[in-house]
Write a protein that binds this ligand. Structure first.
Ligand code: G6P
Length: 617
């Protein structure tokens, strides 16, 4: 969480920093700030709240502010200290009478900040914020005041820090330079002509460059307008080839949609198409040679993930077990990492992470390494930390996702896991090849079927009727069985994330063992009916809630007549082969959460307290 940017080179410094922050706002929006370096000192601007507040302040600054050629910026997700202006980054250090000022932005957590704070206080430093970051600013300022270059002072400072960080800093003493370093938190360098950039993620800079250099753990980057130098903490130069990303700048614009979440829901057919392309032939055969793995040697699979990715993992388990007949465990990464997991070199650990930088998921990968597992990362972010930790990577090709609530990346994660299940099934000879191919051909139709689901839900009045069921609601219960249970979990998560209504996803059959006590007119039941025997069973459970006064929204096949008899609102999905059912059933739940949140006047793209990338444990 927290986004950092840096720039050095030309006079568009403020523009680049603000645009970079705009594209990183998904990482946190408690406060934002800029610091610019010029020969006669630093200029800073900081504001509490979303970036627009900072933009308003910046807009009132004089021409001098806009003539600076280097600077750093930050958008904050508060960890240490409330979202106040004093706690907003950048934090400054040094300054008269001890020497020139430095300004620092930081993403991560400095674990030994309390000891460092005591030590600095004892040396006469005064603290202006409650943040862990301010110790970095003082240490750096002290080093520069003592005559070190900005880079030297950064290296000396880093040696004092424990924890995770990506930091970037500028100094009035060297206004042509931006320095940065990282340990565990993400950082990339963007390469330009006569200018260079830094950011937490590539999407910050797509409007300016597509050429990037990764900064690895323990490396320091020194940028000027015409050079980028990477080195290790002990001073060894690092040579690294740049890489080019294929995401376009347009992909992170609204393109006429009211919100990114709405845009990203509509992008799902294309995202699925891109994820399947080149991996699933017209005849349904799968090609995962890109993994470079022999999938036949695997005896069990552990899936680790957080949030929405965990729900994708549950659907992956159901496909892997059904098709490949291999035992699969799915674990929340923050539990797995501390859970002393059991496994060996025949265990495949599948780590799912949209961002590829979720701290707990990365730690779960490390835990799996401890027992010799092979690791496959399923991620949407090229070059992210997880791609460098894993033995193999299966990229979901959803394009950048800006809305904090995951939508298109969820569907593509599920599709990627389905591909994996075909690959493992084939390698193990678990099912007749023709049977797997037939399911593969069904999966090839997912873009078209998800498109149909979106169209069906566009019928006038459908969504407003469903939102009407939520009038006066104080909570919601999402029920499903089998594959529809993870869908229920995902539907409940979407609703609570963006509408702030308490929502539970539950296996419909288990509902009688607790959640049924919640049911009354103010606790709508959202039932994902699915098909076959489980549909019948779910319907009976829904009847039980109706008997207790529940108002029901049913996600049902378009020809499911019985659904209309028990539900106040039916959200239809196209009839599809079993494997596609979770994909099409998720779409109405995304729309439902979206419209309920909009009806409550909420910001669906930036829900309170959340961040899209969670880089703290
Ligand atoms: C945060 C986001 C969720 C996401 C989860 C895992 O909580 O708000 O949307 O599912 O992190 O993120 P990852 O990038 O690892 O998939």
């Amino acid at each position: 969480m927290c986004g950092i940017v840096g720039y050095v080179g030309g006079e568009r410094c403020v523009e680049v920093l603000m645009e970079g922050l705009r594209n990183l706002e998904y990482r946190g929006y408690d406060s934002a700030g800029l610091a610019l370096a010029g020969p006669d000192g630093l200029r800073t601007a900081r504001e509490v709240g979303p970036l627009n507040n900072l933009a308003g302040t910046v807009g009132q600054r004089d021409g001098d502010f806009f003539s600076m050629r280097s600077g750093v910026g930050h958008t904050r997700w508060a960890t240490h200290g409330r979202p106040t202006e004093a706690n907003a980054h950048p934090h400054t250090g040094g300054g008269a009478p001890v020497g020139p000022e430095v300004a620092v932005v930081h993403n991560g957590i400095i674990e030994n900040h309390a000891e460092l704070r005591d030590e600095l206080r004892a040396r006469g430093f005064e603290f202006r914020s409650e943040t862990d970051t301010e110790v970095i600013a003082h240490l750096l300022g002290e080093g520069v005041a003592a005559g070190s270059s900005l880079k030297e002072a950064l290296v000396e400072t880093l040696q004092r820090l424990q924890g995770s960080f990506a930091v970037a800093a500028v100094s009035a003493a060297e206004p042509e330079t931006v320095v940065a370093a990282r340990h565990q938190s993400p950082l990339v360098v963007g390469l330009g002509e006569g200018e260079n950039f830094l950011a937490s993620a590539v999407q910050a800079l797509l409007g300016y460059t597509r050429r990037f250099l990764f900064v690895e753990n323990g490396e320091v980057a020194v940028l000027t307008g015409t050079s980028v130098e990477l080195s290790t903490l002990d001073g060894r130069p690092v040579e690294r080839d740049p890489f080019e990303v294929d995401w376009s700048a347009e992909a992170i614009e609204l393109g006429g949609y009211e919100d990114f979440m709405l845009k990203e829901i509509h992008e799902q057919p294309a995202a699925l198409q891109a994820t399947l392309a080149g991996r699933l032939d017209a005849d349904g055969s799968v090609d995962l040679s890109e993994l470079g793995f022999d999938l036949s040697g695997i005896e069990r699979i552990d899936v680790v993930a957080c949030g929405t990715a965990y729900h994708a993992g549950l659907l992956g388990k159901s496909a892997l077990e059904r098709l490949a007949r291999i035992p699969v465990e799915v674990a929340v990464a923050s539990e797995y990492r501390y859970g002393d997991p059991v496994g060996d070199e025949k265990t495949l650990v599948v780590a799912i992470s949209q961002s590829g930088e979720t701290t707990d998921t990365l730690a779960a990968v490390e835990a799996a390494r401890g027992f010799g597992a092979r690791v496959l990362a399923v991620t949407n972010t090229q070059g992210s930390l997880i791609t460098r930790e894993a033995d193999a990577v299966l990229l979901t090709k959803a394009g950048p996702e800006v809305g904090v609530a995951a939508t298109k990346t969820f569907l593509t994660q599920v599709a990627a896991l389905y591909l994996l299940s075909f690959g493992v099934a084939e390698a193990r000879g678990a099912r007749p090849v023709e049977e797997i191919k037939e399911i593969g051909r069904a999966l090839r139709r997912s873009p078209e079927k998800v498109e149909e689901a979106i169209e069906l839900l566009g019928e006038p009045g459908l969504m407003s009727a469903a939102v009407g069921v939520f009038a006066g609601a104080r909570c919601a219960l999402f029920l499903g069985r089998g594959q529809s249970f993870p869908v229920a979990l995902e539907g409940a998560l979407k609703l609570k994330e963006i509408s702030y209504l308490p929502a539970e996803g539950y296996p419909a059959g288990e509902m009688k063992h607790g959640p049924i006590a919640l049911v009354d007119e103010q606790c709508p039941v959202v039932a994902i009916l699915g098909e076959g025997t489980l549909r019948e069973k779910t319907l009976s459970n829904v009847e039980e809630t109706v008997a207790r006064g529940a108002r029901v929204i049913a996600v049902a096949n378009e020809d499911d007549v019985a659904a209309g008899r028990i539900a106040q609102s039916v959200l239809p999905v196209p009839n599809v082969p079993q494997i596609l059912s979770p994909l099409v059933s998720t779409v109405p739940l995304q729309f439902l959460a979206y419209h309920v949140a909009k009806a409550r006047g909420l910001d669906v793209d930036k829900p309170r307290n959340l961040a899209k990338s969670v880089t703290v444990e």
